[in-house]
Write a protein that binds this ligand. Sequence first.
Ligand code: MN
Length: 191
Amino acid sequence: MIDAETMTLHHQEHHQSYVDALNAALADYPELQGRTLGELLTTLPELPEEVRQDVQNQGGGHLNHALWWRWVAPGGSREPVGRSAERIAETFGDLEGLKEPFNAAADARFGSGWAWLVVDESGRLSVLSTPNQDHPISQGLVPLLGLDVWEHAYYLSYRNRRPEYINAFWEVVNWDAVEEQHGVAAALFGF
Ligand code: MN
């Protein structure tokens, strides 16, 4: 389980701070305010230098957490479903075969960051980790599932025991949200 106090702080303090900081960074750039986070994060090198790092950090933090709440939302499927389930089985054999590299990526991330199950433009699945709040779309990859391994995501319950938190995460994954992300990627990439 992930305790209620952690979830409340995570949502109301940490996530909100990314939203507020992104809005502050873009305050003087009305032409950027109308763009989606996906558009901003896929065009980082083209953004004005003064806002590029804030978009990467705060915009990434906003998008990562918007997805996070759906991935750990109560209810929904307790096991992989639909096309994403088929692709996981084809790529990793079974769920245990996915957990092995995913958990290793989450555990090996030094400091703060995320572990991801991603899909590329050809529909190929892979596992990776990014530092800080970097979002996979900046590498042309759509995340099907992500795990926040910043200490703020687990320290109240698990202290420094990140592997216990990683194991607990799998108990609360909402696999409908994974399937929804696969649909987002299929529409974006046209596979
Ligand atoms: Mn977080």
